[in-house]
Design a protein around this ligand. Structure first.
Ligand code: ARG
Length: 560
């Protein structure tokens, strides 16, 4: 599919230059109603306003200078001076038949996502980061970026000193613990740490041992990391995530760089000592009470904080990974953290102005009561259990369907439903985790799109192959074709804005137009060129649905 819109926009801009001496942005958009044709522009209204001339007269002069008769029907003027363009059926057909092209070749983007914490279960927040991150990586790859995934797992800090010290006191070994055991160990050591000052001191010393590489301490820690990563990988496999072990570059990876980070910031005069901690105070960052907010790079106990690690990570991403763009998929509560870190990194000269750093923030997953999703006992909901229940729900929907690989399809539909629900609303918003709504076969859901794809697959299995859209007579097939030509532009827009819901909305529009097309235009029931052309249109639609779902990280089963 190639896009016609940019071509028309350029022509309209050229017409404005020829008639009025300036190449305005025509702001050409999809028409709001079918009777306005395919595209509309308010250019004449804007020029009329600027030059104090009648917009309808301006529109007439623009049209005189507009050369589009190779692509469109005669342009028309509507209402106060809108210019309406209607593509020739042959233009639409050609656009559907042509391949698209993208321009991001050779640019490198680093995407920091998923980022679960060692010795803890992954929770729904990590689900969002993983699902959104995977989709964005797919989209960025598709438009030509060289994508580097970085799973910034939380695998470093005081808690490992606590846990290892607790184990020593209990005469336990790290080797005997699974993730659940680790989580309990964490809870015991936390209590102990808070209640017993002597233990707390020992735990702190243990952190120093860990940071300086004491072999036994390091071995216990490594075991905790390995157990956790094995567990995360099970979740990734169930989700069909692209994240691999080699993408894990956890907080610990930056340990050796941290003293250097603090020393350099200090050397640049960017640090102030405050209650024993080393802090950067950046202009414009104030707390609610108006007092300056610190970025704490070294805590008063001498340990390095989350911020120091993120600064080291930025430096690594620029100097070693050669990023042209850096993306962080992390919940919205960390917005201020990233704002401050990016500002500090730019001030220190570690993050060049030419490299955008973007915090792809997302909202909270809510339970049925509208509060952040928790178990009845108030604990975090285990991600695996949630996904398993989605698959079970999808499985019950498939009851009695013939010719369907039940296990694989239930998995594709259940997981797809959860992912689609997460991706389809504006990521900044919170959403309620409602399995019934997620797996519904109607409305803007994953299963609805998967079903549209499966239905097309079945239809095409009964048809002879045809790949050339030749004629588009019916308005319903024209509308479908017009939508298909927007695929590349939509994907490019998602790569720019990092908002996957735009692709979801687009695919939903395609599936809806497809269902109108089915009602108005017989495919297997028609003959000759009409039949061949409609089969080709169905084939192109199937490709768009399949590719679009694929970019979202959602499987498209052939039958369901
Ligand atoms: N592990 C952190 C959490 O669970 C998220 C890390 C985000 N990435 C980063 N580079 N800071 O909240």
């Amino acid at each position: 599919m190639s896009a016609v819109l940019p071509v028309l926009a350029t022509r309209l801009s050229a017409a404005a230059e020829a008639a009025f001496g300036t190449p305005y942005d025509p702001e050409l958009r999809a028409a709001t109603k079918p009777e306005f044709g395919h595209y509309q522009s308010n250019l004449a209204l804007r020029i009329g306003n600027a030059l104090k001339q009648s917009p309808r007269e301006v529109a007439a002069r623009l049209i005189e200078n507009l050369q589009v008769d190779d692509l469109c029907e005669k342009p028309s003027i509507a209402g106060p001076g809108f210019i309406n363009l209607t593509l020739l059926p042959s233009t639409l057909a050609k656009a559907v038949n042509e391949p698209e092209s993208f321009t991001r070749k050779g640019q490198r983007v680093v995407v920091d996502y998923s980022q679960p914490n060692v010795a803890k279960q992954m929770h729904v927040g990590h689900l969002r980061s993983t699902v959104i991150g995977d989709a964005l990586c797919n989209v960025l790859t598709y438009v030509g970026y060289d994508v580097i995934r970085q799973n910034h797992v939380g695998d470093w800090g005081t808690q490992y000193g606590m846990m290892i010290e607790q184990l020593l006191e209990e005469d336990g070994t790290a080797e005997s613990l699974d993730l659940e055991g680790l989580q309990h160990l964490y809870e015991r050591s936390r209590k102990h740490f808070d209640a017993d000052g002597t233990f707390a001191d020992k735990a702190r010393l243990r952190v120093v041992e860990l940071q300086s590489g004491d072999p036994e301490t390091l071995a216990s820690w490594q075991h905790m990391v390995d157990v956790s990563l094995d567990d995360f990988e099970k979740v990734y496999a169930l989700l069909g995530s692209n994240l691999a072990r080699q993408d894990v570059v956890g907080e610990s990876a930056y340990n050796d760089d941290l003293p250097q980070i603090v020393a350099e910031l200090n050397h640049q005069g960017l640090l102030t000592e405050s209650d024993g901690a080393m802090c950067a105070f950046l202009p414009g960052f104030l707390g609610r009470d108006g007092s300056p907010l610190p970025v704490i790079v070294r805590k008063s106990d001498g340990g390095f904080g989350y911020s120091a690690t993120d600064l080291a990570a930025i430096r690594h991403r620029i100097t070693t990974l050669h990023a042209d763009r850096i993306v962080y998929v992390v919940d919205h509560r960390q917005a201020l953290h990233f704002d401050m870190i990016f500002t500090l990194a730019r001030t220190a000269g570690w993050l060049p102005e030419a490299v955008p750093a973007e915090h792809v923030e997302f909202g909270t997953v809510l339970g049925p009561n509208g509060k952040p999703f928790k178990t009845r006992a108030g604990g975090t909901v285990k991600l695996v259990e949630l996904l398993d229940s989605a698959v079970a729900r999808a499985d019950s929907l498939l009851e009695g369907r013939d010719g369907v690989d039940r296990t694989a399809t239930a998995r594709a539909v259940g997981i797809g439903a959860v992912k689609y629900a997460d991706l389809s609303s504006d990521r900044g918003n919170d959403y309620v985790f409602d399995l019934d709504r997620m797996v519904a076969m109607t409305g803007n859901t994953g299963p609805y799109l998967q079903y549209a794809h499966a239905r097309l697959t079945r239809l095409l299995s009964k048809a002879e192959a045809s790949t050339e859209v030749a004629e588009l007579k019916d308005p319903a097939e024209q509308r479908l074709a017009l939508l298909l030509t927007g695929f590349a532009a939509t994907v490019a827009q998602v790569a720019e804005t990092l908002q996957p819901h735009r692709l979801c909305t687009y695919l939903y529009d395609v599936a809806s137009a497809l269902s109108t097309f089915y009602e108005q235009c017989p495919v297997l029931g028609s003959e000759g060129t009409t039949r061949a052309s409609r089969i080709a249109l169905c084939t192109a639609t199937r490709t768009v649905l399949q590719d679009g779902l694929g970019l979202l990280g959602i499987e498209a089963p052939d039958a369901m």
